[in-house]
Write a protein that binds this ligand. Structure first.
Ligand code: 5GP
Ligand code: MN
Length: 333
């Protein structure tokens, strides 16, 4: 592992033109990691095109470089960094082409469902966030980071640990946060920016949470968002961030799911587990992925059929004998 970390450090020092990309519909870890690495490349004297298939969500736009993220790469480059995922398709519609075009691919991923990708890869599901993997690289390579990069890394670890509450919150995540505060990050300011609610956000939350239903003797909780809810509250899907923690927190619930329309006939499903069910394995069966306790997938089904499928799958996982529940209790988020 440490060999790979130093090798990534060498690539950072020895190359000049980079593309830094992360998964589509980026979360705080994807955005924070992209911007932190972009800033580090900038301070090392290189040039980085920051790529994402989707816009940077409002809560992360205060970060340095957020306004530089583009959804098309025209210029030639030497190295493509793939962050917080490891399948070209997770980069969005242009992902496969971008990976195919890259003279060199370096992937950093902490998902349980990560795949082997590129010439160099750092994959560790034991890392709380992709930001933690970047920190390991910077330390192994002796690369010092400034406050702007530190702020982006802080957002990565803050959001992927659910504000240091999820089971992936470990000594390394907290030590990283402390080190970043030492570099000038103001935790209260970042928390205000990241967790500010959109004007229609609470109304959206009310509407979404009022759809709560319990299934399987209260062990599965479902909530739904509809396009109509977004329209009426002038919000977007990114404003759903964190809502799934409420159904997850209901006493007796093992799995929570949030369903929303993606486009046309596709339903996007977010899954959270309280430990017994490996939702990454469930999601992977249908082309999705994630962590033991947090995963997602897309289903080309109508909402009712999607719900029935999730219920059947969760029922199957809950009914399975303990020995076949691979990874139960693992420290993933
Ligand atoms: P969320 O429910 O917050 O969107 O995602 C939870 C976790 O599952 C995140 O780590 C995210 O990267 C992962 N995830 C969500 N949707 C997908 C998907 O469609 N495919 C894969 N591979 N991972 C996903
Ligand atoms: Mn992540």
């Amino acid at each position: 592992m440490s060999g790979a970390l130093s090798a990534v450090g060498r690539v950072l020092r020895e190359s000049r033109r980079f593309v830094v990309a992360a998964h589509e519909r980026p979360d705080g870890d994807a955005v924070g990691s992209t911007l932190a690495l972009g800033r580090v490349i900038e301070t090392l004297g290189g040039r980085a095109v920051l790529y994402n298939a989707d816009p940077v969500p409002e809560p992360y736009r205060f970060l340095h470089g957020a306004d530089q993220v583009v959804s098309a790469v025209e210029a030639e480059f030497e190295v493509l960094f793939v962050l917080d995922c490891s399948e070209p398709a997770r980069l969005g519609p242009g992902g496969a082409e971008l990976v195919a075009r890259a003279p060199m691919v370096v992937a950093l991923d902490h998902h349980l469902t990560s795949r082997s990708l590129g010439q160099l890869m750092v994959a560790d599901p034991g890392a709380a966030a992709t930001g933690v993997l970047l920190w390991r690289v910077f330390r192994a390579a002796g690369i010092e980071i400034d406050r702007l990069a530190a702020e982006a890394l802080y957002v990565a670890v803050l959001t992927d640990t659910g504000s240091f509450r999820h089971s992936n919150t470990d000594q390394e995540a907290l030590a990283l946060a402390a080190a970043l505060v030492g570099l000038g990050v103001d935790p209260a300011r970042v928390a205000r920016e990241v967790y500010a609610t959109a004007p229609g956000g609470l109304e959206l939350m009310g509407r979404v949470l009022s759809t709560l239903t319990l299934h399987l003797d209260g062990r599965l909780a479902l909530v739904r968002a509809t396009d109509d809810m977004f329209r009426r509250t002038d919000t977007v899907a990114a404003d759903l961030e964190g809502f799934i923690e409420f159904p997850r927190s209901v006493a007796g619930v093992e799995v929570a799911a949030l369903l929303r329309p993606l486009d046309g006939r596709t339903v996007k499903v977010s899954l959270r587990s309280n430990g017994r069910v490996n939702v990454a394995a469930l999601a992977e069966k249908y082309g999705g992925g994630g962590h033991h306790n947090a995963a997602g997938l897309s289903l080309d089904l109508d909402p009712a059929a999607a719900e029935a499928l999730i219920e059947a799958e969760v029922e199957g996982s809950l009914g399975a004998p303990a020995a076949s529940r691979s990874g139960a209790g693992s420290p993933a988020r």
